[in-house]
Ligand binder design. Structure first.
Ligand SMILES: C[S@@+](CC[C@H](N)C(=O)[O-])C[C@H]1O[C@@H](n2cnc3c(N)ncnc32)[C@H](O)[C@@H]1O
Length: 275
């Protein structure tokens, strides 16, 4: 029988893990076990402890790296003696780029050209309406729109920085449009293809929304992250360096279900809006 999953959000668990590891190190220091060690070594020990606790709690692998390097990076940066405004700018930049990551558990990384080109070639010819859910800086949207000029491509992105940049980069492409918003608030029923490059966290909710809104025959494509317990109709293997896999799910009539309303990243319903 699988062991039960912890119920707190990953961000809350990460914070708890960091605090517990820090308390451990402070206690050992007070007991004199670690006296004489430089600050950076203490920070490295805290990082190693935090990563071990997180691994025991079955956190995703990127959290382990964050735990391992967080405090050592803070100590190293503090030792550089940078002026305060550099910290403020760095913090503001991170907020603009990773705005909702702590809620969505989907960081920003981009589809590569080879993946988009393979998909553009594999999909049926003719005008398609394509939606990229979580479009980042629009790298998928812009590239697909260029390769399939007869198609209309829309991207929806929650984080302000990537959404603004994407919209600016796509400003001269008539068949590419980028909007800022929560893709769970959008209506997917108009699209022939919905493309997702997210993380394991929202895949179940994405599938439920696809079954509730996409018409039979429309296709949901997920880059790298399969939908749990749903057999893909096909898997497109991309010959790129990271050996990308595109999981393809054609919505069948018997899969369509009533709408569910529980997955928005912002508690109050907010309409998708131009960036
Ligand atoms: C991995 S990036 C993919 C970017 C782009 N689709 C591509 O393939 O290049 C995923 C993006 O989804 C965004 N995202 C996650 N959940 C979202 C949501 N509910 N609504 C809008 N954007 C979301 C994240 O902010 C992140 O920028």
């Amino acid at each position: 029988m699988p062991s039960p999953r912890p119920t707190a959000s990953p961000a809350t668990r990460a914070l708890a893990v960091q605090v517990v590891a820090l308390v451990f190190v402070v206690l050992m220091l007070r007991l004199g076990v670690l006296s004489g060690l430089p600050l950076l070594a203490l920070a490295a020990l805290q990082g190693a402890l935090a990563a071990s606790f997180a691994a025991a709690l079955r956190a995703a692998s990127w959290w382990l790296a964050i735990h391992l390097f967080f405090l050592p990076a803070v100590v190293l940066c503090a030792q550089l003696g940078l002026p305060t405004w550099v910290w403020a700018c760095g913090f503001a930049l991170l907020i603009v780029i990773y705005w909702t990551t702590f809620r969505t558990q989907v960081p920003l990384f981009l589809s590569n050209r080879k993946t988009v080109a393979s998909l553009a070639e594999a999909l049926p010819q003719g005008a398609l309406r394509v939606l990229d859910i979580g479009s980042g800086t629009g790298s998928f949207v812009r590239c697909f729109a260029r390769l399939r000029p007869d198609s209309q491509v829309l991207g929806i992105e929650a984080a302000p920085g990537p959404a603004w940049l994407g919209r600016w980069l796509a400003r001269k492409q008539e068949n590419a449009k980028l909007e800022r918003g929560d893709f769970f608030d959008a209506d997917w029923s108009d699209f022939d293809v919905v493309y997702a490059f997210l993380s394991p966290a929202p895949m179940q909710a994405v599938w439920e929304k696809a079954c509730a809104e996409m018409r039979p025959g429309a296709v949901l494509i997920s880059n790298s992250f399969a939908i749990p317990e749903v057999e893909p109709e096909g898997v497109l293997a991309i010959p790129d360096r990271r050996k990308t896999k595109l999981y393809c799910y054609t919505i069948r009539a018997e899969q369509t279900r009533p709408a569910v309303q529980t997955h928005r990243i912002w508690p109050r319903k907010s309409k998708t809006r131009r960036a």
